[in-house]
Structures are given as C-alpha cells and as structure tokens.
Design a protein around this ligand. Structure first.
Ligand SMILES: Nc1nc2c(ncn2[C@@H]2O[C@H](COP(=O)(O)OP(=O)(O)OP(=O)(O)O)[C@@H](O)[C@H]2O)c(=O)[nH]1
Ligand SMILES: [Mg+2]
Length: 576
C-alpha cells in the first residue's frame, strides 16, 4: 500500500537553549488540541498529524493546506552531536528547527548545528527562544506573537529588535545566511525565518508551526511516497541498556515497515550484524511507559529488542531482509565502507564515536581540502599513533578525534579532540597556521635579508685594513657577515664587525647609525664617503624572500626589486 510519510523535522541547537521545552509544549498543545490517540511518541520523537497542527494554528490566516500526513519531530541533545541523524546521501531530517536562546545568541553547538545542516543541505528555521526573559516582557497568551510584540513597551520592542538583528548580522557575517523575522519574509524557501518564541509561555509556537508548514510546502514535490509493505530502512540512533531487556536499539525508520520477527541487518565496522526482532516498543504518550507493538511504519522511531546487538555502533544503517539477505547485506556494508576511509595517501587520521559523526567530520574536512589518510570509529590507540608517526610531513602527523578517548599518545603526534565537531576543524586550522608560521620564522632567520646603507661623509676612522666608517641603515637591516655590493653589483667587502656608541652589535636596522669595519677595501679607492652599498643577496635567498613577502614591509620589497635590477645587469635571468 502506498502512503505519504510524515516529514521528519529535527530540533537542534546549543545545550539548554530550550529544544526539549519547545517540543514538550508543542506536544502538550497538540495532545490538548486533538483527540486521544492521534499523537504518538516514540523514543525521542513525536509524530503530530498536520490536521492537529492546522488546528493549533487555526487563528493564523496564512496556514497552508498541506497533504503531508504529519510532522515527525526528533529531539536531539545539545551536549552531544546530533550527527547520527544521517542516512545514505544526506540527513534523515527533511527540515530542522534551530533553537537559539535569544539572550545568549550563537554558541558552539549552534555553530555545529548550522555547519552540519549546511553540509547536508537541510533547510531550517530559527526559533529565537526565551523572549519571556527579556526584562519587562509582558506575556499575553491570548494574542499572536506579532500582536503581543506590538503591545510591549517601546523599550522592549527595541530590545527584541536589537537582539534579533544581532543574530541576523552574525548569521550573515559568519555563514552568509539571509535570515529575517518571519513576518518580514515573503519566500520561505529563499530566506531563513526567525520566529520569536517562548517555550515557557508558548508564545510564538503556533507561528513556528505555521512557518514550518510553509517550509514543508517545498517538499510536496519531493518523494514522500512510501510503500508501507516494503522492507523497512532506518538508522540506529542509540544503543542503550534498557531495564529488563538488556541491550536495545533506538531506531528511526524512514522507509517501509518493521515487524516483530523480521530478520534485520545492521551495518558493522568489519561485517554486518544479522539478527531477528524479538520485540518492538513505543512509549505510551500518556503513561510514558514502553508498550509492545507488532509493527511500525515510516517515518517513525521505535525501540528494538533483539539478540547479538551488543556491538552495534550508533549511526549504523539498518534494513529488513527477510528475503535477499546477501544482497541487502552487501548493500549495507557498501554504505558503511563508503564512509570509512582507509588509504595510503598522506593526510591526517580521523577517529570518532559513531558513523554519523565520522561522516559529518569528514565532510567538514573535505570542504576545507584537508586530506585524510584514515577515518574510522573508536578511541585513539597504538595503531593510530604508529600510523601518524610514520607520516613524512609533520603537518600530517595529526589525529583528530570526536567524542573518543585518548588511549595512547606520542610527543611527535598532535592530537586534537573535542565534542564539538567544528571546533576540531577550527583548532586544527589554527594549529596548522601557527606551525607554518614557526617554520617560516625559522627559515627566515637563516636567510640574508635585504639592507641598504650609506657611508656617512666625514666619519672615516680608518682608511683600510679594515676600513672603518660610520654608516646609516637606509632600508632593511644589516648584520655581521653580510656581504656588501655597490650600485654596479660588484661585491666589494663584507661587514666584519659593528659598533654602536662604543659597544659591539650584531645587527643594525633602519635609521641606525653605527660604525662598521669592512675588510679588503680602501675608502677613497673602491668605495667613497657618501656612497650607497647593498647587502648582497644570493639567488636562492632572493627566491625564498619573494615567497615570504608578507614578512617584509613595502620599502624592503622595493629594495629587493632594486637588488634584482642591479643583478640583472649582469644576468638578465637572475632570480627568475
Ligand atoms: N524562561 C524560559 N525558560 C526556558 C524557556 N525554554 C526553556 N527554558 C528553560 O531552559 C532550561 C533548558 O531547557 P531544555 O528544554 O531542557 O533545553 P534543551 O535545549 O533541550 O537542552 P539539552 O537537551 O540539554 O541540549 C530549562 O530549565 C527550561 O525550563 C523559555 O522560553 N523561557
Ligand atoms: Mg533537551
């Protein structure tokens, strides 16, 4: 039998910004606004029929008539990643609500949520939550949010607008996202709607649902048709110990159906797990206790009890295979292997706790052209260290870890771990930049740097053997050992020693006036008072300096050019 499945909507955002509260409110309002039995709740998801949503929004004229049966809301915890909500080729969620505490603004998990939604191209709207905490806010549950905003004092309206526009500005600056308060938007598919809400007072929640349905319109074209007799497909959200049941799997089914006694296949790191469903559970919406069910149909969430599932990893794909066992097994393993990376090319090592987080981190690294040698699931172990140490390029002697333990370390291996995915990438990039700078500084230290000096008239202390004379550094710097050439490019002497106010110095920089001792020349013969001399730079150093231009100022860059012009009088290809 064919039917349209519910749209899957995840609720994501930073810890404590109010995801669960908003969902509880929507569920509570939905339960109150509907006949018993219409709303079902399974694990951390709630299935609400569109008819109920329409009922909640009935005072809002803009509510659209929609054919989709309902919305399946998935709650996600802010402290851990919601990365397991992946399926082949994308996100299990069709749409998302990003909850942001308007008084706190964008926080690490908010950023992570945006990054992941973007990498999966999941459309979303923003619930700007906790407006009731704006000092002096007056709640009026009888009117819509826009009406309620209008009724606030001018100071509060301004305060709300200020906070909203800070958010809009940040989203635009950091992510090039075009967000706007929902009532100022005319095309929900082009702009991201922000709905001011309060999970505490329920203000704005009907409008949030209304905008969601507007966004859902976009999916009417999408293939939401499913065959309810088809073998079920899903992903493992969590592997949990349940009282009296042992290990159970919380699973989201996004296609087909799942029945008691079905043979199922779950992806594994080395090989797929094959098992048989012993029991299926859904929580009862009223008593919240688990109740046995014989069958579930997508899109929904369900708890599975089955043997041999202790080793299952969250994020793994799952499929019913009463028939076609081998074919389905291959298909599932191919999907898993498509995410794991095992190469002998150069790159960093990536370790995470689940298939979903692995894919999410890999996506972020690939977007930034960071090459990966191996990506797999588990704690950082001896093998990982050995492999990292063997990298020739020290910038690749790196292990990036998400939500895993460091079981082994080595001083030559840089390990970066975090439980916020984008932070790992950020920290790696910062480390890389710093290491590169250190290396360049080291290289720069050993290069001859450009310098231009003038012999000061009337300051000759000794004519020769060695010649000693006062000089001024016009551009750049000079140091002991630097060779000096004249304007014709002849290398005539070097800096044997320098003195400033009677003290020996190793280096002198722009504007310094010092006494310099120069062997092999006689002042008045090979060199004259008032003459200009240049530090002689060899071709190799010249090329390297050119690559490190950002460490030189404009005068020094021009001086380098001057040196090249002098050198090219002799050899037109010099330094090229
Ligand atoms: N005043 C006020 N408090 C709120 C609102 N929404 C949520 N809270 C409070 O904020 C705290 C966190 O809310 P939760 O709903 O648990 O937040 P969460 O985003 O689900 O948090 P995690 O699941 O830990 O990521 C709770 O104490 C809520 O009562 C709101 O609109 N106004
Ligand atoms: Mg929560």
């Amino acid at each position: 039998m064919e039917k349209l499945r519910s749209l899957v909507c995840t609720v994501v955002g930073h810890v404590d910004h109010g995801k669960t509260t908003i969902l509880d409110r929507i569920r509570g309002t939905a339960v109150a606004a509907s006949e018993a039995g219409l709303i079902t709740q399974c694990i951390s998801c709630t299935n609400i029929p569109f008819s109920v949503i329409e009922n909640i929004c009935k005072n809002l004229s803009q509510i659209k008539k929609i054919k989709i049966p309902g919305l399946l809301f998935l709650d996600t915890p802010g402290h851990a990643s919601f990365t397991n909500l992946r399926k082949r080729g994308g996100n299990i969620a069709d749409i998302a609500i990003l909850v942001i505490d308007i008084n706190e603004g964008i926080k690490p998990q908010t950023r992570e949520s945006i990054e992941i939604l973007r990498s999966y191209k999941t459309p979303f709207i923003i619930a700007a939550n906790k407006i009731d905490l704006i000092n002096g806010w007056h709640s009026d549950k009888k009117v819509g949010i826009l009406e309620s905003i209008k009724k606030q004092s001018e100071r509060i309206r301004e305060e709300l607008d200020k906070k909203l526009y800070e958010l809009v500005g940040e989203l635009n600056k950091d992510y090039n996202l075009n967000a706007e308060r929902f009532d100022r938007i005319d095309d929900y598919t082009k702009q991201i709607a922000i709905i001011p809400v309060s999970g505490k007072t329920s203000e704005g929640l009907p409008e949030l649902l209304m905008v969601l349905t507007g966004l859902a319109q976009k999916f009417l074209e999408k293939e939401l048709k499913i065959d309810t007799n088809k073998p079920g497909r899903g992903i493992v959200l969590e592997v949990k110990e349940s009282k009296g049941l042992g290990t159970t799997l919380d699973v989201i089914i996004y296609d087909g159906c799942l029945k008691k006694n079905d043979q199922i296949i779950i992806g594994g790191l080395d090989e797929a797990v094959v098992t048989k469903i012993k029991a299926l559970f859904e929580p009862d919406i009223k008593s919240k206790k688990l109740k046995n069910v014989d069958k579930v149909i997508a899109a929904t969430g369900v708890k599975i009890n089955a043997p041999n599932i202790e080793e299952v990893i969250s994020g793994m794909p799952l499929a019913v295979a009463n028939e076609n066992l081998e074919k389905t097994k291959k298909e599932i393993q191919k999907e898993v292997e498509g995410i794991l990376i095992e190469t002998d090319k150069e790159g960093v090592i990536v370790k995470t706790d689940s298939l979903g987080s692995l894919e999410a981190l890999i996506n972020l690294l690939k977007e930034r052209n960071i090459s990966i040698r191996r990506a797999s699931i588990g704690d950082i172990n001896k093998n990982d260290i050995a492999e990292a140490v063997s990298e020739e390029n020290k910038f690749n002697r790196v292990i990036l870890g998400f939500n895993i333990k460091i079981k082994e370390e080595n001083k030559d291996v840089k390990i970066i771990t975090s439980n916020v995915i984008y932070k790992i990438v950020e920290e790696y990039e910062a480390w890389l930049k710093n290491e590169e700078k250190k290396l360049e500084d080291e290289n720069l230290k050993n290069l001859t740097k450009p310098g231009k000096i003038q012999l000061l008239a009337g300051t000759v202390f000794r004519q020769n053997n060695p010649a000693i004379c006062g000089v001024e550094v016009l551009i750049g710097r000079i140091k002991i050992g630097d060779e000096l050439m004249n304007k014709s490019g002849e290398v005539i002497t070097e800096i044997k020693s320098m003195q400033s106010e009677g003290e020996g110095v190793n280096e002198a920089k722009r504007s310094d006036k010092i006494a310099v001792a120069m062997p092999h020349v006689t002042i008045g013969r090979q060199v004259n008072e008032g003459e200009i001399l240049y530090v002689n730079i060899n071709e190799d150093d010249f090329r390297k300096l050119k690559d490190m231009k950002r460490f030189l100022n404009n005068d020094e860059i021009n001086l380098l050019k001057e040196v090249a012009i002098i050198k090219r009088k002799e050899n037109s290809m010099w330094g090229l």
